[in-house]
Design a protein around this ligand. Structure first.
Ligand code: PMP
Length: 433
């Protein structure tokens, strides 16, 4: 049983000593003190089904025995070194990661967070191409460092500070609320991609360093671009001298079900891939993988990162890669993703409040509206159902520009019964609203 400070004591300490700018979920926050696979427990011993996985970070399960063992074994052997010495663990991890990549994407820089990974990708793109301008999507989330803060385009995360220079935001290829959402997917992908071309031709010197996108926007509310969008954009960007960056922080490692990487669902191969969160199942681990040519652009000077490629994080990352394959977690994402999506589409027939169900695999979103025709966001109802689900023992995420999108991105080890429980819970809550 839990014998630490009470939730009220922790709350008081946190209010006094931690950042006042933190976001806390739920009117009466919960305190999580233990985790096992898809479940977490609070200090009273109450169990919750965790369908948000510490914001899409617990990929293979809380405290997965194999990942935990890898960390403990490595902690007992060698806790830390840096890249000024050789170390087998990080080298092997780099090789194993390359084996999961398509094309000539085989050189990895290890860092500690998604923001750092995207910062490094921006630097590489600029050094490699000799251009400055970087294009990102509106509604994107790429991090909160000085550089990535410029890429991020969600008002909730924007501080009134000097914006990062050389960043442009193109139209978000939003198929629900965007200006071309009512077009056929093919026509919409052309029109959204046209905006990229138009922006490059009229708002830059004509050459760009990079285009970066999450294949499915995470924080922005699980927005899936129409098929063919990235193909068209990549062509345009490359024809203007730029490289294409896929932010796979949330969509990678099998989560999308049909493919190991999110970008594969759009049939493209990027030039640079950034990863974090699920790569380490909770370890402070992130990575940038690229081609040998682009990777060489940093050779002009020394690139260094104290904890980048830390042996403990690398050992955990290696274990994650193994577990995804051994436990066939990509297939599970496909199967349970379909079950959940079909189930939610069925609920949509019954509950007018469900405006759209979207996503791939276990990267799902449910947008709630007061009026289907007008698509009026329903943030209060979203908040209410969010609380009701928590009271039933189900944790999910919330996002989107209007705070009216449920984000369902559980650890990939959930079961059929867990999916049934969520569908039952949603049905019950919407019926009681
Ligand atoms: N990219 C994406 C798609 C993300 O969702 C996040 C985090 N929410 C980041 C980058 C930044 O990662 P970190 O918080 O590790 O810096």
């Amino acid at each position: 049983p839990y014998d630490g400070p009470t939730i009220d004591e922790v709350s008081k300490i946190r209010t006094e000593y931690l950042s006042p700018a933190l976001l806390t979920y739920y009117k009466k926050p919960i305190m999580v003190v233990e985790g096992k696979m898809q479940y977490v427990w609070d200090e009273t011993g109450r169990r919750y089904l965790d369908l948000f996985g510490g914001i899409v970070t617990i990929s293979v399960g809380h405290c997965h025995p194999k990942v935990t063992k890898a960390a403990i074994d490595q902690l007992n052997k060698l806790n830390h070194t840096t890249t000024i010495y050789l170390n087998p663990v990080v080298a092997q991890f780099g090789k194993e990661l390359a084996e999961k990549m398509p094309g000539n994407l085989k050189v990895t820089y290890f860092v500690n967070s998604g923001s750092e990974a995207n910062d490094l990708a921006m630097l590489m793109a600029r050094l490699h191409t000799g251009h400055m301008d970087i294009l990102a999507l509106r509604n994107a989330y790429h991090g909160m460092s000085q550089g990535t803060h410029g890429l991020t385009a969600l008002h909730t995360w924007k501080y009134p500070q000097m914006p990062a220079i050389g960043i442009h935001h193109v139209l978000n290829p939003d198929m629900y609320r965007g200006p071309f959402a009512d077009e056929t997917p093919e026509r919409a992908s052309e029109r959204y991609a046209w905006d990229v071309k138009n922006l490059i031709e009229h708002s830059t010197s004509g050459g760009v360093a990079a285009f970066i996108a999450e294949t499915i926007q995470g924080v922005g509310g699980t927005n899936v671009p129409p098929p063919g969008y990235l193909k068209k954009v990549y062509e345009t960007v490359r024809s203007h001298g730029g490289v294409c960056i896929a932010d796979e922080v949330q969509t990678g490692f099998g989560r999308c079900g049909t493919h190991y990487w999110g970008f594969e669902t759009q049939g493209v191969i990027p030039d640079i891939i950034t990863m974090a969160k699920g790569i380490g199942n909770g370890a402070p681990l992130a990575a940038v993988t690229t081609t040998p040519e682009i990777a060489a652009s940093l050779k002009k000077r020394i690139h260094f990162n104290t904890y980048g490629g830390n042996p403990v994080s690398a050992a955990m990352g290696r274990a994650v890669l193994q577990v995804i394959d051994e436990e066939k977690l990509q297939e599970r994402c496909l199967h349970l993703g379909k079950k959940l999506k079909d189930g939610m589409i069925k609920l949509q027939e019954k509950h007018q409040i469900i405006g759209q169900v979207r996503g791939e695999g276990l990267m799902l979103g449910l947008e709630l509206v007061k009026d289907r025709a007008a698509k009026t966001p329903a943030p209060q109802e979203t908040a209410q159902v969010f609380e009701m689900l928590k009271d039933m023992g189900i944790l999910i995420g919330k996002g989107g520009l209007y705070g009216n999108v449920f984000r369902i991105k559980p650890p990939m080890c959930i079961s059929d019964e867990d999916a049934d429980f969520l569908l039952y819970g949603l049905d019950k809550c919407f019926s009681e609203l």
